[in-house]
Design a protein around this ligand. Structure first.
Ligand SMILES: Nc1ncnc2c1ncn2[C@@H]1O[C@H](COP(=O)(O)OP(=O)(O)OP(=O)(O)O)[C@@H](O)[C@H]1O
Length: 282
């Protein structure tokens, strides 16, 4: 039985810089956080450094990016010192990433079933017949009603919601301990989104997986995650239990909460979000 409170991932004082023609851009500034077997949301407006954080953990940042940290540890692995071969063994097998649009993550010229089966064959070195059985079972697990038929479909033949369920099955079939989901449902409409999220929720609870859920949707993160990290201009300004989000003290988080539309208390005008340069400083 895994220790639910033991961090799977520990990041200490991580910064990420990109050289640009007009000088270095520090996209992530000195951030520290842990993730256990829990759902941690990372929230912040566009450009606040959420995706850069996710990619740096996977070591998938562009070649010119500079990542520095005091520590980046995933289970027993020192992510800072790991070789590219070590990372290839970790990506997809022990840490998986679910991105916004399955269209761009799935191979367009392979059926979805073949792609999932390939993943199992690659990671577990099992035979084709066994991989096919595992794939069909996993498709069923993400509530795909006719897995034999869906196995033979190409990515362009599936809807957005089904595509995302296929991605989830592909990312979970190798039983990772950490999943990084970057805006996984923002391309879906509300009812499909709820369905996809409840499937993801069941699977990660059943397997004690840690989840980093990157989003700009405060309401969604509030209801779906256990803890929320709020980023502003590359910094973590506040970390809270999701159920305590309404008691947030940082003025940026308060601004985000106050900008949410509410049916109970309709507002004539939405507030303009307050921003201060000092929040992005140490
Ligand atoms: N390859 C790059 N070169 C230069 N700057 C970059 C690069 N990638 C990201 N940045 C900059 O880093 C900052 C953080 O970007 P990032 O994509 O992590 O933000 P984000 O919070 O995920 O935003 P969004 O919600 O729009 O995806 C931005 O200012 C962005 O312009």
């Amino acid at each position: 039985m895994p220790d639910l409170f033991q961090p799977i991932l520990s990041v200490k004082n991580m910064s990420v810089q990109f050289p640009t023609l007009s000088g270095a851009v520090t996209a992530v500034k000195d951030i520290s956080f842990d993730v256990g077997r829990e759902k941690v949301g990372i929230i912040g407006e566009s450009g606040s450094g959420k995706s850069t954080t996710g990619r740096a953990i996977m070591r998938l940042q562009p070649a010119n990016a500079r990542v520095v940290a005091e520590e980046m540890r995933f289970e027993e692995v020192d992510l800072l010192g790991a070789s590219e071969a070590d990372m290839r063994a970790i990506r997809g097998r022990r840490i998986s990433m679910i991105l916004q649009d399955p269209k761009y993550s799935l191979n367009p010229v392979m059926t979805v079933g073949e792609q999932i089966a390939e993943t199992v064959i690659l990671h577990e070195r099992i035979g084709r017949r066994q991989a096919r059985q595992r794939t069909l079972a996993m498709l069923e697990r993400v509530h795909i009603r006719d897995p034999e038929r869906v196995f033979n479909l190409y990515p362009h033949e599936v809807s957005g919601g089904m595509g995302q369920r296929i991605m989830i099955s592909m990312m979970l079939i190798s039983s990772p301990s950490l999943i990084i989901a970057d805006e996984p449902t923002s391309a879906l409409d509300v009812t499909v989104r709820q369905h996809v999220l409840s499937i993801l929720d069941d699977l990660i609870a059943e397997r004690d997986i840690g989840l980093i859920f990157i989003s700009h949707d405060l309401n969604l993160v509030k209801s779906f995650c256990d803890r929320v990290i709020i980023m502003y201009a590359g910094r973590i300004v506040e970390t809270l239990e999701a159920c305590r989000l309404n008691h947030a003290t940082h003025p940026y988080t308060r601004g985000l909460l106050e900008a949410l539309p509410s049916l109970d208390h309709p507002k004539d005008r939405l507030q303009v979000l307050r921003r201060e340069a000092s929040w992005a400083e140490a």
